[in-house]
Design a protein around this ligand. Structure first.
Ligand code: IMP
Ligand code: MG
Length: 183
């Protein structure tokens, strides 16, 4: 692996660990959805790598669609007020929907999406998230597939940004305090 980014305090999950976990999740998702042709919803931008890598481990037909949401708040804290910047192209009516998320932090963004998708008449809705922040959820949220539970710290990499930076790191790491709020 290339050198650790200078703004990363420590690596929480390596690229190899992510791959192994997504392979496991993919096998389980394959069994669950075999023959059901689900719509995999990628919530941009954070979930790009999870969707891209995870779906390659799903061994049954799926469709993939993209949604861009913007959650009002500060750079490190979500507010729960969500704006749909780009909606799905696919109708969810009577479809099995798998929402793929990078991280479930407060859970407020996801809660909004789940309610929104239910109103579109989805036949079923499940959630797969790579990361789950322990103790950070402000509301009840149920994710059928969770990759890793992590401490309640701000993380970057593998799709996750701080001020739009660091998404392309191949691992998940904790950002250095001095990199937060710099510039
Ligand atoms: P929520 O707090 O669960 O609504 O999280 C909404 C979104 O905030 C996530 O999908 C991420 O894009 C972003 N987010 C939450 N926690 C982190 C983090 O630790 N690092 C980077 N982005 C985060
Ligand atoms: Mg973000």
């Amino acid at each position: 692996m290339s050198d650790i980014h200078p703004d990363v305090a420590r690596v929480l999950i390596t690229a190899e660990e992510i791959k192994a976990k997504l392979m496991e999740m993919g096998e389980s998702i394959t069994e669950h959805y075999r023959g059901k042709n689900p719509v995999v919803v990628c919530v941009l931008k954070g979930a790009i790598y999870v969707v891209s890598d995870l779906t390659r481990f799903i061994d049954t037909d799926v469709e993939i669609d993209f949604m861009v949401v913007s959650s009002y708040g500060t750079d490190t804290k979500s507010s729960g007020v969500v704006r749909i910047v780009k909606d799905l192209n696919t109708s969810l009516c009577d479809r099995h929907v798998l929402v793929v998320e990078d991280i479930i932090d407060t859970g407020l963004t996801l809660k909004y999406l789940l309610r929104n998708f239910a109103a579109r008449g989805a036949a079923s809705i499940e959630v797969a998230a790579l990361l789950w922040k322990t103790g950070a959820q402000e509301i009840d949220i149920d994710a059928k597939w969770v990759g890793f539970e992590i401490p309640n710290e701000f993380v970057i990499g593998y799709g996750l940004d701080y001020a739009e930076k660091y998404r392309n790191l191949p691992y998940v790491g904790v950002i250095k305090q001095e990199a937060v709020g710099a510039e």
